[in-house]
Every structure is written in C-alpha cells, then in structure tokens.
Design a protein around this ligand. Structure first.
Ligand SMILES: [Zn+2]
Length: 70
C-alpha cells in the first residue's frame, strides 16, 4: 500500500471476474464510503466499500461487493 497525501491505492480482485485491479481510496471522503465503479475488465458494476478507522496505523479497510441491482 502506497501513501500519497490523503489518498492511496489498493489492489483488489473483482468480485465478478477475479481480475486484480487498482482502487483509489480517498481517506478524506468520510469514515464509511460506498460507491459503484465498473470493472475495467468485465465492465460489471461493483460496489466499493471504504471504512476509515480512527485508529488507523493500518489504514482504511477496503472491499468490493457485487452490485446485483437489488
Ligand atoms: Zn471484473
């Protein structure tokens, strides 16, 4: 994980196709963020979850989920 000011990037695998991709994490955007981003490989929408921890020596928690359009 590389730190560049208030943002960093993490490598995560796509929940649809499994392809590794880079997700930009903006830690200034709030404690808990979710947004939808299309996979660059399979173009399906995935939900990016970001949880910034106050006790954050380890950085934010980031994970991906499928957006099944519920
Ligand atoms: Zn994908």
């Amino acid at each position: 994980m590389k730190r560049r000011g208030m943002s960093e990037t993490v490598e995560l695998s796509c929940p649809f196709c499994g392809q590794m991709g880079t997700v930009l994490v903006d830690e200034g955007g709030g404690e808990h963020q979710t947004y939808v981003e299309d996979c660059g490989t399979c173009c399906r929408p995935r939900v990016v979850h970001i949880e910034s921890l106050h006790d954050s020596s380890r950085g934010p928690r980031v994970w991906l989920e499928r957006d099944d359009g519920v």
